[in-house]
Each structure stands twice: as structure tokens, then as C-alpha cells.
Design a binder for this molecule. Structure first.
Ligand SMILES: [Zn+2]
Length: 344
């Protein structure tokens, strides 16, 4: 098992190759270059080495593409691309993704920690705006002092959240009173990474206030990773933070899923199920999901509901999660067919 990825790579290496007996590097024409906008390699500048720990490293000196696999880590997007370019079929790549997860469970926990720290993904801490007030602190205050006047904006933000059926015991919110343009009358959802606040999105709860969202965070953030259950078999990937909170999934905050976001999601080490919004823009996310080798779900309620949050408002969380899992599709051709039917 520990060597399954190494063995699979060995089987798909180009026949025309040279092995350096002292360093162990195997060189052949780079398989990456024309995918990266460079002219094809004809001078054997692609190099691959099998590491003693069962890992694999690839480096192309023609286009500078690098990818590696380290036992204990998930199969990164770049490494999966490399496998495809070497000629691995879709089924093999999927099997190896699962093997990598199994191997991760086999390697000792201390190895795991060390390995995970090798390429840490971090987002810089950013404070919440000065106007932000904790919804929970204030609601406790009014529960204890029920004769006080409740600020209108606080009242409205609670009403808004209640209407969206957000689990207030699991998620934390802030609100802003009437204030400067960008933060005027909003619900603030803090963005956390490793339990530190690294930004936020501020959504208006009054539809006359524009724009609907005001965001502050570094690019390529994935929302709600901190709140994923350790032993879950799936991770549901959606577009918006309210959709994510509605089913305890993660949100990519738009319909573009950057490579770094894909790596964050893959690093959770579980089956990824994407639920795109049922609008034209959602088709873009379906394409990305196919590219990353993820499953896509087209649940029954998509005929009448644009997104996960709106479905949960009507049918409740459990039903919606169940319908997402049941309607998931991992076959590329079937996903493409559904996409055409829904988005054209
Ligand atoms: Zn190359």
C-alpha cells in the first residue's frame, strides 16, 4: 500500500528515458511543457525521482513545472495533472487519490504533522471593523435586561439570520449599526483560519443598502474549513458562506475555484461534492469540479431553488444534505450531460 503511488507512476513513465544510477533521477522529455504554454521538450529535461519514503518528485527544467507526492499528504492538484499528462486514465487517478488518503491514515501521526508543516497554507490575520458588535454578547445582554430598548439594526440582523435558518449555536456573527457606506447596517461573518480571524464578509440585512456584500480577506481563502468534522466522509463545496453554513460545508466565495483553494479542500482528505448554484455562472464551477476530479451534485430541488441556503430554508438541513449526497455524480460524462441540461 505504501508504495502504490510510486508503483503506479513507474508503470506510466515514457519508454524513452534514462536513469542516472548514482542520483536515481529518471530523465525523459517533459510531459508538462505545452500544457504550460512552453514549446515541447525534446532534450529530456523532465526529471523524476522516487524517494526512499515512497514519495515521488518531478521537476521539468524546460518549463519549470514541479510536482511531488509525499506519503501522508493528499494527492495535490498539480500531481494529479502530472499523472494525467503521463497518460494515467481518470479511474487510475481517482484510485490513487483514495490510496493517498489511506496511506495518510497508515503513517504515524508525528510524521503526519511534520509533513503537513512542510508547505503550510496561511492567511494573514485581519481585524474585524471597529464598528462590529458581537451579536451573541448583545443577545445575552438583552436576555438579561429585557426592559432595554433593542437597537433596530440588532433586531433586524437577528430576524434576518432567523429567516435564513442559520445555526446560531454553531456560527458566530457580528452586526453594524448605521455607519459609513461600506459597513452600513450589515451582518458580519468572521472568516477564520486555524481559529484566527483573517477577514470577514459583511452582508446587508436591508435590501436597500448596496452593495449586498462587502468583503475583506486575502485571495484564495476557503470559508468554514475550521468547522469541518474530523471524521466526515464528505465535504460539500458551495459558492457562498450562507450556503456553507446551511449544510456545514465549505465555501469558495464565488464560482471560480483557484488551484490553491482546491489544494485546501483536497487536504481535508475526503470525497469532495460540489453543489453549484443553479444559475448560468454555476456552470463554471462544474467545469472546475471536473478538472479537479471531484463529484458534482445536482439535487432535485435545483429546479425550484437557486442555492443550498434557499433549499435549507424550505426543506431543512438534514433533507438537503441527504439529497446532495444521493444526487452526487462522479462520472465525468454524466456530469457533462447534466450540466448541458441544466445550464443551456
Ligand atoms: Zn515542462
Amino acid at each position: 500500500m505504501l508504495n502504490s503511488i510510486r508503483d503506479a507512476v513507474t508503470q506510466i513513465l515514457p519508454h524513452k528515458r534514462k536513469t542516472n544510477s548514482s542520483s536515481g533521477w529518471i530523465s525523459f522529455n517533459g510531459v508538462c511543457c505545452h500544457h504550460n504554454g512552453e514549446s515541447a521538450d525534446t532534450r529530456g529535461r523532465g526529471g523524476l525521482v522516487m524517494n526512499p519514503d515512497g514519495g515521488v518528485s518531478y521537476h521539468c527544467f524546460n518549463c519549470n513545472f514541479k510536482a511531488s507526492y509525499v506519503p501522508g499528504r493528499h494527492l495535490t492538484y498539480k500531481f494529479r495533472k502530472l499523472l494525467g499528462w503521463l497518460g494515467a486514465d481518470e479511474g487510475t487517478v481517482k484510485r490513487l487519490v483514495i490510496d493517498a488518503i489511506r496511506i495518510r491514515e497508515l503513517v504515524a501521526p508525528e510524521t503526519l504533522l511534520e509533513v503537513e508543516e512542510a508547505e503550510p497554507i496561511n492567511f494573514k490575520a485581519r481585524p474585524l471593523p471597529a464598528e462590529a458588535q458581537s451579536l451573541h454578547a448583545l443577545s445575552n445582554f438583552y436576555t438579561l435586561n429585557n426592559d432595554r430598548d433593542v437597537p433596530k439594526e440588532f433586531h433586524n440582523s437577528v430576524l434576518y439570520l432567523a429567516g435564513r435558518q442559520v445555526d446560531l449555536s454553531k456560527y458566530e456573527f457580528y452586526w453594524t449599526p448605521e455607519t459609513q457606506y461600506n459597513l452600513n447596517r450589515r451582518i458580519i461573518i468572521p472568516f477564520t483560519w486555524k481559529n484566527q480571524i483573517i477577514g470577514y464578509t459583511a452582508r446587508t440585512f436591508d435590501d436597500t443598502v448596496k452593495p449586498k456584500y462587502h468583503n475583506s480577506h486575502e485571495p484564495n481563502y476557503v470559508f468554514n474549513v475550521d468547522k469541518q468534522y474530523k471524521d466526515a466522509k464528505f465535504v460539500i463545496v458551495v459558492e457562498g458562506p450562507f450556503d456553507a453554513m446551511a449544510v456545514d460545508g465549505v465555501a469558495i466565495l464565488g464560482n471560480e475555484c483557484h488551484e490553491m483553494q482546491a489544494d485546501i479542500i483536497d487536504s481535508l482528505g475526503r470525497e469532495v461534492i460540489v453543489v453549484p448554484d443553479a444559475d448560468k455562472a454555476g456552470a463554471k464551477l462544474v467545469d472546475k469540479a471536473v478538472e479537479y476530479g471531484w463529484s458534482v451534485s445536482f439535487p432535485v430541488w435545483q429546479e425550484t431553488h437557486k442555492d443550498v441556503a434557499s433549499a435549507v430554508e424550505e426543506f431543512g438541513k438534514l433533507f438537503v444534505i441527504k439529497s446532495i449526497i444521493e444526487a452526487r455524480q462522479s462520472n465525468r460524462l454524466k456530469i457533462e450531460l447534466r450540466k448541458k441540461r441544466i445550464y443551456n
